[in-house]
Design a protein around this ligand. Structure first.
Ligand code: SF4
Length: 455
């Protein structure tokens, strides 16, 4: 599977496509609250909006992990919880007022930062306000949260389960002590095992472990040991992310080690492929990009039934046409537009306290962008997409096919009956196939400075 020639040829900077257009190409900066409300109004007039997804960003962490690319605030002061939860409740109130109706929540995810930084009661207080009188049926509404093994208590697990949560995702990264020291994230296997087992006993039916390959000081031995330990616990889902090295964007955190500490190109690709083979041999199915799930898990079923969806939360089984992001830096998506909230805790809270939905930038999609968005989503979720026979789009498709040609020649993708399919050999290069569709990327060199490498 690992062809060094392809790795060398295609390991170029490229987006991860949680959105199209990707954030660096958004054109509305600033985006005002009234422009965003107008886009939401247009969306609810034209698209099915009965069900909504909610993402809540809980940004505080007690300690900095140096590899981290998330929007977070490092603090040990837990007094920050109360005003932040107040602001989140108020933000949802502002949204419901602007919609003029209470949408039905189909999916809600708590991300961060560290959601388990917050006391269990504070989280329950927030969710009770958001759901209002709506009852939660775990089969109908998927609730999930990201948990730091070091700060997840039995109370968190139990109270969130009682509220309706059945999915939890533990941030593991790597178990090797040398890697853990390099990324400043010290947590033993015993600690992870104890919270994992507790979640199982309580009744969580889908546990995910986040692992990362390509970390500083990580070698084959370290990653294989991490995979072996993960397999001992056999979580229903495993995400194996590529470490994104972008110190020019993420500032001091990612400067705590040098480029020389990072596995590069073929060495990095070999880490992924050996881990991939081990996970497949152990009964996991490869889902979309970087994800693995046991055959009975909802993610595998959604993938097999071509119902997988991708949004700013990553891959998801519940497809809705819109997602509202609450909290500092959170991104909302109403299919025809995106909006991002203020990226500082202070700025976010200040706007909310003035009664303003705190968006600061975004993008309103053109018809062509909507077309490309659908193709990229299909490629990322199902590894194939079909061109329409619409003559007006022909010039766009001609350009895409031209840019795809090297990947077609290398048999990483094939084109038959107006359908582009990514071949098994091409799976590591999904992002590269999407890049052939990305009209922004071909018009500018900017992407070369903004994105991490595709492998
Ligand atoms: S990896 Fe998680 S816990 Fe660590 S700094 Fe980033 S958001 Fe916080």
């Amino acid at each position: 599977m690992n062809d060094p020639v392809f790795v060398k040829k295609y390991n170029v900077p490229g987006p991860r496509y949680t959105s199209y257009p990707t954030v660096p190409f958004w054109k509305k900066n600033p985006l005002t609250e009234s422009e965003w409300n107008k886009a939401l109004g247009e969306f609810t007039q034209s698209y099915d909006h009965q069900f909504v997804s909610i993402y809540i960003h809980l940004p505080f962490c007690e300690s900095l992990c140096t590899f981290c690319g998330c929007h977070k605030r490092i603090t040990k002061n837990h007094q920050v919880e109360t005003p932040y939860i107040f602001a989140l409740k108020k933000e949802w109130e502002l949204y419901v007022k602007s919609f003029g109706f209470q949408p039905q929540i189909k999916e809600l995810h708590l991300g961060g930062g560290t959601p388990t930084f917050f006391a269990a009661d504070a989280i329950i207080d927030l969710l009770t306000a958001i759901f209002g009188k709506n009852t939660i049926q775990p089969e109908e509404c998927e609730l999930s949260f990201e948990a730091h093994p070091g700060s997840t208590s039995e109370e968190h697990l139990q109270k969130l389960f009682d509220f309706g949560f059945r999915r939890v995702s533990f941030g593991i990264q790597d178990y090797d002590p040398i890697v853990q020291t390099a990324i400043h994230r010290i947590q033993s296997f015993e600690l992870v095992k104890s919270v994992h087992d507790l979640a199982k006993q309580i009744g969580y039916t889908s546990i995910n472990h986040d692992l990362v390959f390509g970390l500083p000081k990580q070698d084959m031995r370290a990653l294989m040991k991490t995979i072996d330990l993960t397999l001992e616990l056999k979580p229903e889902r495993i995400a194996l992310y590529s470490y994104a090295h972008v110190p020019w964007i993420k500032g001091t955190g990612q400067r705590g080690y040098s480029e020389a500490d990072l596995p590069q190109d073929n060495e990095k690709r070999a880490l992924y492929e050996t881990a991939y083979a081990k996970l497949i041999d152990s009964g996991y199915l490869a889902i979309g990009m970087d994800h693995f799930a046991l055959p009975d898990d909802g993610l595998s079923k959604a993938f097999n039934q071509k119902k997988l969806h991708r949004n700013f939360m990553g891959y998801t089984t519940k497809s809705t046409n819109w997602m509202i992001g609450l909290g500092m830096s959170a991104i909302s998506d109403c299919w025809i537009g995106f909006a991002q909230n203020d990226k500082t805790v202070e700025g976010y809270q200040e706007q909310i306290n003035k009664g303003i939905i705190p968006v600061f930038r975004g993008h309103l999609l053109t018809d062509t962008e909507l077309l490309i968005r659908k193709h990229i989503l299909d490629l990322m979720c199902h590894f194939e997409t079909s061109f329409s026979t619409d003559k007006q789009c022909q010039h766009i498709y001609d350009g895409i096919i031209q840019r795809l040609q090297p990947l077609l020649d290398d048999q990483l993708a094939c084109l038959e009956n107006q359908t582009v399919t990514i071949t098994e050999k091409g799976l590591p290069f999904v992002r590269n196939v999407c890049m052939a569709f990305d009209l922004d990327l071909i018009q500018t060199e900017i992407g070369k400075q903004l994105f991490s490498k595709t492998i």
